[in-house]
Ligand binder design. Structure first.
Ligand code: C2E
Ligand code: CA
Ligand code: CA
Ligand code: CA
Length: 278
């Protein structure tokens, strides 16, 4: 019995060791990816449905070199979030996004930049100063920066997170609710946190000309947003029919493969230049 107990202990400590080495490998791989410049920020245009002009762009993280976890952000972002490096990488995304947007302004394109921020990032004590520093360092006006959060972040009872959000709003940044309609139904936070933009989840858009339910929901969300003075953007717009329906329903903005996928910075600039000419 003694012998097997010893083996057992040996077994557990070995697997703990393996786990530890694994997480160390993940962390080192991420550190390398960041310091070696393996991470890229791509930008997907957001279109004003009335004027057909580009209003803004969403920054989307890419990791196309030295990445063992798959190129889909839905696969590798959870890996990043399982480590401390989410804070460094998240800060890099914000800095890079602000710099890029400032560049576009200098090239004559006065559009906004939308950045995805996860719940973990905003819980960090220094999140406000990360944003403030990125704005200062890039020279970007805060009015051109939009932060995309998911609904559940906004339902937080954490007073520090709430006051952090309020401070960011006071700086002048905009607040967008990502994947709107897929989360909770308690929507007090919309006015309490002075939300600026609702992003309709693409599951509604793909169904909008197929399912009456989807159309009813989208119609109701747009009407509510109008009353509350919020903008609405539809994501995942892939067809002209979807765009036309959204326009008819009074949706202000659209984003999706109909116009463009996410592009590297230079390609986005070319897209902006060509849209000026047309
Ligand atoms: P999301 O914020 O909902 O981003 C929209 C996703 O829809 C993007 O996927 C985009 O490429 C994709 N998409 C855009 N237009 C269309 C379309 O017309 N049809 C279809 N089928 N898809 C379209 P992506 O780039 O793979 O990103 C997936 C998710 O990863 C994002 O979902 C976001 O939650 C997260 N993510 C991406 N970049 C960042 C980042 O820098 N920070 C954080 N925290 N999360 C990020
Ligand atoms: Ca988003
Ligand atoms: Ca979304
Ligand atoms: Ca999503």
């Amino acid at each position: 019995a003694k012998q097997s107990g010893k083996n057992k202990y040996h077994y557990y400590s070995e697997s703990l060791h393996t786990e530890y080495m694994k997480s160390l490998n993940v962390l080192n791989g991420l550190k390398d990816a960041l310091s070696e410049g393996f991470l890229d920020l791509y930008f997907q245009p957001q279109i004003n449905l009335e004027t057909n002009k580009i209003d803004s762009a969403e920054a989307l993280l890419r990791w196309n070199r030295g990445n063992p976890y798959g190129f889909n952000p839905d696969d590798f972002i959870p890996v990043i979030e399982s480590t401390e490096l989410i804070h460094d990488i998240g800060a890099w995304v914000i800095q890079e996004a602000c710099r890029a947007c400032k560049k576009w302004h200098e090239q004559g394109h006065h559009i906004s930049i939308a950045v995805n921020v996860s719940a973990l990032q905003i819980t960090r004590f220094n999140f406000y100063s990360i944003v403030e520093d990125a704005l200062k360092e890039s020279g970007l006006d805060a009015n051109f920066l939009e932060i995309e959060l998911t609904e559940h972040v906004l339902l937080t009872e954490n007073m520090e997170v709430r006051s952090r959000l309020k401070a960011l709003k006071d700086l002048g940044i905009k607040l967008a609710i990502d994947d709107f309609g897929t989360g909770y139904s308690n929507m007090n936070y919309l006015t309490r946190l002075r939300v600026d933009v609702l992003k309709l989840d693409k599951s509604f858009i793909s169904e909008i000309n197929v399912s009456k339910d989807s159309r009813v929901i989208v119609t109701a969300i747009i009407e509510m947003a109008n009353v509350l003075g919020m903008q609405v953007i539809a994501e995942g717009v892939e067809s002209i029919i979807q765009r036309n329906t959204l326009r008819e329903l009074g949706c202000g903005l659209g984003q999706g493969f109909l116009w463009s996928k996410a592009l590297p910075n230079l390609a986005l600039l070319a897209f902006l230049d060509s849209s000026l000419k047309s």
